[in-house]
Write a protein that binds this ligand. Sequence first.
Ligand code: HEC
Ligand code: HEC
Length: 231
Amino acid sequence: MIKRILTVSISLLLTATSTLASAEGNASLGKSQAESCAGCHGADGNSPSGMFPKLAEQHASYLVKQLNDFKQGRRNAPMMAPLAMGLSDEQIQNIADFYESNKIKPNRPPVVAIDDDDEDGMDEAAKKAAAEKKQAERDELLAMGGGLYRNGDLEAEVSACIACHGPYGEGNKPAAFPALRAQHADYLIKTLTDFKQGKRQNNPENIMRMIADGMSDEQIKAVSYYISMMK
Ligand code: HEC
Ligand code: HEC
């Protein structure tokens, strides 16, 4: 399985390099064409809410692919489909170039929700102990996510994310493998769960579906928090 994924990724890489890398749009036109997107994705593609993915600094090749997938119904997203349908190929390219030219902003450290201890009625020492416990659990979750990102999980047939998304989460532009670093954790959790449940299946050869299928909910959460802190 892992071998198959690797072979697929290499052949994808080769075809993608020859077809996607050539397009060139107009980022300053794209800026005005992306005005209607700002309400959800932020004026520069740094969306303020984890419900909406950040688009800033994302590879234009990947953005173009996603917008066409929304437009043609390959990626199911009720909010995005009608918007993408209103865009011409040229507008899509310009908007993608505009977002790629912006810098992505880092996230604040995640507040990991752990079974809510009732803090009322705790004395100072107990509050401090609870805070330390939360910190330790967060560190543990991030470490688990980092391990999965770098090494995958052989037993569960989850390949290492680093192979395609890069050591810094920078992705791979010619292959249209998305950059992931500093993306909102909530969006990452949602989209990985969509892959796992087969709700998102627009990726070539269903690679991400196969990978997410092997991940537990805990692993999805851990790797998402880890990625959200990469810069
Ligand atoms: C009403 C809110 C809203 C508006 C306005 C909006 N989007 Fe989105 N967009 C979303 C949501 C929600 C998603 C995530 C869909 C999902 O969960 O699969 C998304 C996803 C995307 C993605 C995929 C990102 C990724 O990392 O895969 C792209 C690209 C995108 N939008 C571009 C645009 C562009 C370009 C516009 C303006 C023409 C726009 N959006 C306007 C809500 C919005
Ligand atoms: C063999 C290459 C490969 C490996 C390994 C891989 N990915 Fe991906 N990933 C992709 C491709 C290709 C896409 C784009 C799919 C598409 O076109 O919609 C993607 C998309 C994603 C997305 C969606 C990004 C967005 O903005 O919506 C997330 C999140 C993601 N991968 C996380 C992971 C994680 C976590 C791992 C490791 C457990 C991983 N990937 C391993 C190739 C890979």
